[in-house]
Design a protein around this ligand. Structure first.
Ligand code: F0G
Length: 351
């Protein structure tokens, strides 16, 4: 009936699945590619937003999780584990429920957004708050998966990258070819790796004729790839990308170099400014980490590093509802009125 079937069924011939793979899906993918008028005006380019907050659990992680959990189920796993800054755990928790598996999550204590914690809780996962950062959580999760019968579903699991590469397929399917530039926030660096793989596969014998330049942006306080060395105590308000030693570091550098792109940093101030611009001018509510891509695009354009007339896609990775504190903070409190049309009209400036 034309309904989107999830990334495994939509791209089955390009994914490592067989007829025996149990497809665990929530209908992920098929997300909007939104023309961004204000960003296009400001940059003189044709800018689109790939709105990944529209996925079932509100982030791009669902594309990878449908693959990782389907593989784990095919292998007979009864439990999965992940380290997370919040979105991976939200996604793993939901897909584990679909698969009838136990889900364990390791998160940095006090450093994940409330909405994401709520998702892991309501889906019944077993949550451990680790007295450390994301990098510590990942080390712990890897160790546990090596010693105990529990499948690791972080992006170091190749199935995750396979699933996430479908976002690049969707961009090409919509635009007719790859864009000139693709811009992403970078944390653990799985997603930039996945997009590059997807674009590469689509350019090898079609349907794409080329690959884009890959531009990645880390938060200034958590920018190990930019610095060229791990960051011991990463800090940023964009908690999703608060990562000091990315697992896919090498692959991200490979994508950067092979595509003639770059990986740069944006400050928290630039991130919040892009966050507010996306919401107030484009009508797209994202979580702060997602705005790093747009912040980076604007920073580069303002510095003269972006030629006009190019076609640019910015991935905005997660839904703003996950971390609404930043929407409320600093905004004026709504006015209270009686149940009275004249009073309401006056307050609205209509009368
Ligand atoms: N944006 C959001 C909203 C994220 O949640 C993440 C990563 C990224 C960007 C960066 O993507 O790690 O592939 O470079 N979140 C992971 C998590 C680390 O645990 O949810 P990446």
């Amino acid at each position: 009936n034309g309904q989107w079937r999830g990334v495994i069924e939509e791209y089955r011939d390009r994914l490592p699945v067989t007829g025996r793979t149990p497809v665990v899906t929530l209908g992920e993918g098929g997300t909007p590619l939104v023309a961004a008028e204000t960003l296009s005006e400001r940059t003189g380019c044709e800018v689109y937003l790939k709105v990944e907050g529209a996925n079932p659990t509100g982030s791009f992680k669902d594309r990878g999780m449908t693959m990782a959990i389907s593989h784990a189920k095919e292998a007979g796993a009864q439990a999965v584990i992940c380290a997370s800054t919040g979105n991976t755990s939200a996604s793993a928790a939901a897909y584990a429920v679909r698969a009838g598996m136990v889900c364990a999550v390791l998160v940095p204590q006090g450093k994940i957004a409330l909405g994401k914690m709520g998702q892991a809780l309501v889906h019944g996962s077993r949550i451990l708050q680790v007295d450390g950062n994301f990098d510590d959580c990942l080390t712990l999760a890897r160790g546990l998966s090596e010693k105990y019968p529990v499948a690791l579903v972080n992006s170091v699991n190749p199935a995750r990258i396979e699933g996430q590469k479908t976002a690049a397929f969707e961009v090409v399917d919509r635009l007719g070819d790859a864009p000139d530039i693709h811009v992403l926030p970078v944390g653990n660096a799985g997603n930039i790796t996945a997009y590059w793989k997807g674009y590469g596969e689509y350019a090898a014998g079609g349907p794409a004729t080329r690959t884009p330049r890959m531009w990645g942006f880390q938060a200034s306080g958590a920018a190990p790839i930019v610095r060229g060395e791990p960051v011991k105590d990463p800090t940023t308000i964009a908690t999703a990308i608060r990562i000091g030693n990315p697992a896919s570091w090498t692959q991200a550098e490979a994508a950067r170099d092979a595509s003639d792109g770059f990986i740069d940093e944006v400050t928290d101030r630039q991130i919040l400014s892009a966050y507010r611009l996306l919401a107030s001018r484009e009508g797209v509510f994202v979580e702060p980490a997602s705005a790093a891509s747009v912040a980076g695009l604007l920073k580069t354009a303002e510095a003269g590093g972006l030629d006009r007339g190019q076609r640019v896609v910015c991935t905005v990775t997660g839904n703003g509802l996950k971390d609404p504190d930043w929407a409320v903070a600093g905004a004026p409190r709504p006015i209270v009125v009686p149940v009275d049309a004249d009073a309401a009209a006056e307050r609205l400036g209509l009368a």
